[in-house]
Design a protein around this ligand. Structure first.
Ligand code: AMP
Length: 122
């Protein structure tokens, strides 16, 4: 495990998958779950996660290709359905430098307004 990584038992997103913590679900299939972010940064802000615990994108390998493809393919469909008609931003914060807070892989899908510059250029 990497620093800050929770095991599947007490991982907050695993608990959402198991229904132990409430979440506003937006989509679910056998591989992935999407739910609304508890602190939305824009009118549309959902998180797409794998149902199986994977700590971060850095922990993915070839065996995760189907799940990763499902996550990416779902993003435009969900954004459209939730009303982000002008486009959207996908973000996968990874590890310390990526400022990842929850160590269960997740893709932010953010839209419904201009999301601003990609990242501060120093
Ligand atoms: P990150 O910095 O990419 O790890 O982002 C983690 C995201 O998870 C943040 O945007 C949080 O607001 C969100 N989050 C944390 N706990 C919950 C929860 N119980 N339900 C919904 N979203 C959550």
């Amino acid at each position: 495990m990497t620093s800050g990584e929770a095991g599947a038992a007490d991982c907050v997103f695993c608990r959402i998958v198991r229904g132990e913590i409430p979440a506003r679900r937006a989509y679910e299939d056998e591989l992935v779950l999407a739910f609304h972010d508890i602190r939305p940064a824009a009118p549309v802000h959902v998180l797409i996660i794998p149902k199986a615990h994977v700590a971060s994108l850095a922990d993915c390998g070839a065996g995760h290709d189907a799940m990763l493809g499902r996550m990416l393919g779902l993003a435009p469909r969900l954004a459209r359905e939730l009303g982000a008609t002008g486009g959207f931003r996908t973000i996968v914060n990874t590890g310390r430098d990526g400022r990842q807070e929850v160590y269960h892989l997740h893709m932010h899908v953010i839209g419904g307004r201009d999301t601003g510059p990609m990242i501060a250029r120093t």
